[in-house]
Design a protein around this ligand. Sequence first.
Ligand code: GTP
Ligand code: ZN
Length: 294
Amino acid sequence: MKEGRIIKGISGFYYVSLEDGLYECKGRGILRKDKVKPLVGDWVQVSHLDAEEKTGTLERVLSRKNQLKRPEIANVDQVVIVVSVKNPSPSLNLMDKIIVLAEDLGLEVVLCINKGDLETEKGITQNEIQEIYEPTGYPMIFTSAKGNRGIDDLRNKLKGKVSVFSGPSGVGKSSLLNAIKPGLQLKTGEVSERIQRGKHTTRHTELVSVDQDSWIADTPGFGNLDIDEIQRENLRFYFREFLPHMENCKFTSCLHLKEPKCAVKAQVEEGTISQQRYNHYVQFMTEINEKRRG
Ligand SMILES: Nc1nc2c(ncn2[C@@H]2O[C@H](COP(=O)(O)OP(=O)(O)OP(=O)(O)O)[C@@H](O)[C@H]2O)c(=O)[nH]1
Ligand SMILES: [Zn+2]
């Protein structure tokens, strides 16, 4: 019995990465009995390995640390959120939303600010973005896929992890992946599910290797951003720069909204917490509340 990771699954076959290559494994009946659907990213036990034919049997799915819905992947370590300084100008609202969803899943966050070559004094600068996000403590990488800048930094950040890239259309996600590993194109656009001659042709997500122990999902993460699935009491924990101040709020249950003597709001006043980040917090809270009322 050996353990490996499923890196793709196609119509009942699971491709499991072992030291000596990729094995095509058929699921065992026990999987159906246990009602586990093996997912890309799953750590599994395999048996009946044929090193020549590169086939085997999938015996058991090991417990997951997390599970993404779209794309459907298990055991993701981190999300690399990509925005560009220009064309399109950065949507920090969307960035904060993805951060919240990632935090809720317990994923690590890496912020990647691309198209540094297009920076001008008019638009938002890398420095301004850095100032806003510095207090969060998230690693920030400044890149130019075109100018081949920051690519080594980004590649280093992927080391030993399973990463999902996320961010608006046109910011350069595919270009960055291509710079990291030529030929590695990110599948973007809509996930197509066409029906051809009565047969379903679905696009499958797979993990592609950057190197031996680093993987990237070939589909961008968080296609549908359903922030209203977040518990309103939890939202405050997903704005990391709030955390050191929370204990100074008058009420331990403080949601940093209308409560008196709120230390978080005091920090916003002082400028140590970004007003914009705080505004997004309030906005997401409103969205969650509105959804609840239906
Ligand atoms: N100037 C400049 N242009 C870039 C850079 N990175 C990507 N681009 C360009 O931006 C456009 C969009 O790049 P993509 O890599 O397709 O962006 P994407 O995020 O994968 O977009 P979707 O596939 O729509 O999700 C392309 O024309 C790229 O050539 C960069 O660092 N600088
Ligand atoms: Zn407070």
